[in-house]
Design a protein around this ligand. Structure first.
Ligand code: HEM
Length: 434
């Protein structure tokens, strides 16, 4: 089991090597495929990505001869290109590492993040009906009501941990309300979400690796059973909610099957809860450690909040990376660019793209007045661009407006407890006070 001492040691050896060596050696010391890299403190990882961005092309991590590895896309322009050229950069067979096993996909259904056209477009047409501006307008009221209730509870109970009391609750309650999930199974579902996502992409010890697939899959299976039951019920008696819309919708002669509904619900929970929760937690902490930005925000909450939540997502980048598989030989950036071969993997590092000095002046600064702010926190555009980006903005804006209007002294205490992961920038807990 990794200890804090191990982490400090790796950081020390990285920085020592970095001090002693020139840029080429410093880059040679970086291995994005090594789980130890993802246990380094965030500033050390950021420094490594800054070195990688200085190189003329993407570095391949792993053994290129056997195809066991990936090209690291670390620049803004490269991540945008890969995101917006879906005929070359495929999402199938999977965008996370490791890719979902074939039998898992057969049993539980494919998630739209891992699909390509025409199946992706077909599914996205069905589910995006739940995310139209008109429907999100209706959700806005729910988001405000839930934010108010959460801040009421903070005032009343004075909880210590911002993550469990506020940041995880808001997106979870919003999605359950949108989907029409009754109150009763919500606690069980939240617990299942935590278990399902706890090990994605995390650097794991062997014993955990052996234990966790069963745990995660059992949680996934249980969640699918719950949601399939709700789906059957709504097919018989449709209500004004997302599950009803999805199981009765008829797009191109298609509606969601029970399995697709289960896969979509799981995706919404894992994609929509974890990300927003981490963005909110990083957001509160960023405003605490940058008092001048906080003062700017509080002086004009209505005028500055939109810029603030976008800058939080840029700076914190809740999702670190997704993968794509190269369909045909491709020269990155145009003719003469680095050759990516058919069948090879590429990793899209959103956090690195969001610190690309070619796009963001003084990229490490947290600056909520940054305009424009073309960050890639929700993806680099293209067909898989985050379906919930607008909803996430609504949630963050509503929560911080409510919090700072009523409790302007709200701030984090100490450092966030981070979970080492190559997949997301996860905060386990964050103490706070007002
Ligand atoms: C701050 C919060 C969020 C962040 C940082 C975030 C980030 C992302 C990223 C990076 C992607 C991949 C984009 C790509 O491959 O091009 C994505 C996809 C997705 N997100 Fe989000 N997300 C957030 C909130 C949400 C919410 C609230 C929901 C839904 C309730 C959601 C649902 C989805 C779905 C369904 C996809 C897959 C879309 C597709 O494959 O077509 N996300 N998100």
């Amino acid at each position: 089991m990794e200890t804090p001492a191990d982490t400090t040691e790796s950081f020390a050896s990285f920085t020592n090597r970095a001090d002693a060596a020139g840029p080429a050696d410093r880059v040679a010391a970086v291995d994005l495929a090594d789980p130890a890299f993802w246990r380094l403190p965030v500033p050390a990882r950021a420094a490594a990505f800054a070195e990688l961005r200085r190189l003329p092309g993407p570095v391949y991590f792993g053994d290129r001869a056997t195809g066991r590895g990936f090209h690291a896309l670390v620049r803004h322009a490269d991540v945008v290109e890969a995101s917006r050229t879906p005929a070359v950069f495929l999402s199938g067979p999977g965008v996370t590492t490791p890719a979902p096993a074939r039998w898992v996909r057969l049993l539980f259904g494919d998630s739209m993040v891992n699909l390509d056209d025409p199946r992706h477009a077909q599914l996205r047409r069905i589910v995006s009906r739940a995310f139209t501006p008109r429907l999100l307008g209706r959700v806005e009221e729910d988001v405000r009501r839930i934010s108010t209730a959460l801040v009421d509870r903070v005032e009343r109970d004075r909880p210590e941990d911002f993550v469990s009391a506020v940041a995880a609750e808001l997106p979870f309650q919003v999605i359950c309300t949108m989907m029409g999930i009754p109150e009763r199974p919500r606690r069980e579902i939240l617990d299942l979400v935590n278990r399902t996502s706890a090990d994605i992409g995390v650097a794991r010890t062997l014993s955990r690796r052996l234990r966790s697939p069963g745990r995660g899959l059992r949680a996934l299976a249980r969640m699918q059973v719950i949601v399939a039951g709700i789906g059957r019920e709504r097919r018989r008696r449709p209500a004004e909610d997302l599950v009803s819309a999805l199981v009765t919708a008829d797009v191109d002669g298609r509606r969601l099957t029970g399995r697709e509904l289960g896969a979509f619900f799981t995706l919404l929970l894992v994609a929509g809860v974890e990300t927003t929760r981490n963005a909110l937690a990083h957001g509160l902490h960023l405003l605490t450690v940058h008092p001048e930005q906080r003062a700017l925000l509080l002086a004009d909450l209505d005028g500055r909040l939109d810029g603030a939540v976008d800058e939080m997502v840029r700076h914190a980048t809740p999702i670190i990376q997704f993968h794509r598989t190269v369909a045909v030989d491709h020269e990155l950036g145009g003719p003469g660019g680095p050759l990516l071969r058919a069948g090879e993997k590429v990793a899209l590092y959103y956090g690195s793209a969001n610190r690309d000095e070619a796009v963001f002046p003084d990229p490490d600064a947290f600056d909520l007045t940054r305009t424009p702010n073309p960050h890639l926190g929700y993806g680099g555009g293209g067909p898989h661009y985050c379906l919930g980006a607008h909803l996430a903005r609504q949630e963050m804006t509503a929560l911080f407006r409510e919090l700072f209007t009523r409790l302007p002294e709200a701030r984090s205490v100490g450092e966030p407890e981070l979970v080492p992961s190559s997949f997301d920038h996860r905060v386990r807990s964050l103490r706070f006070t007002f």
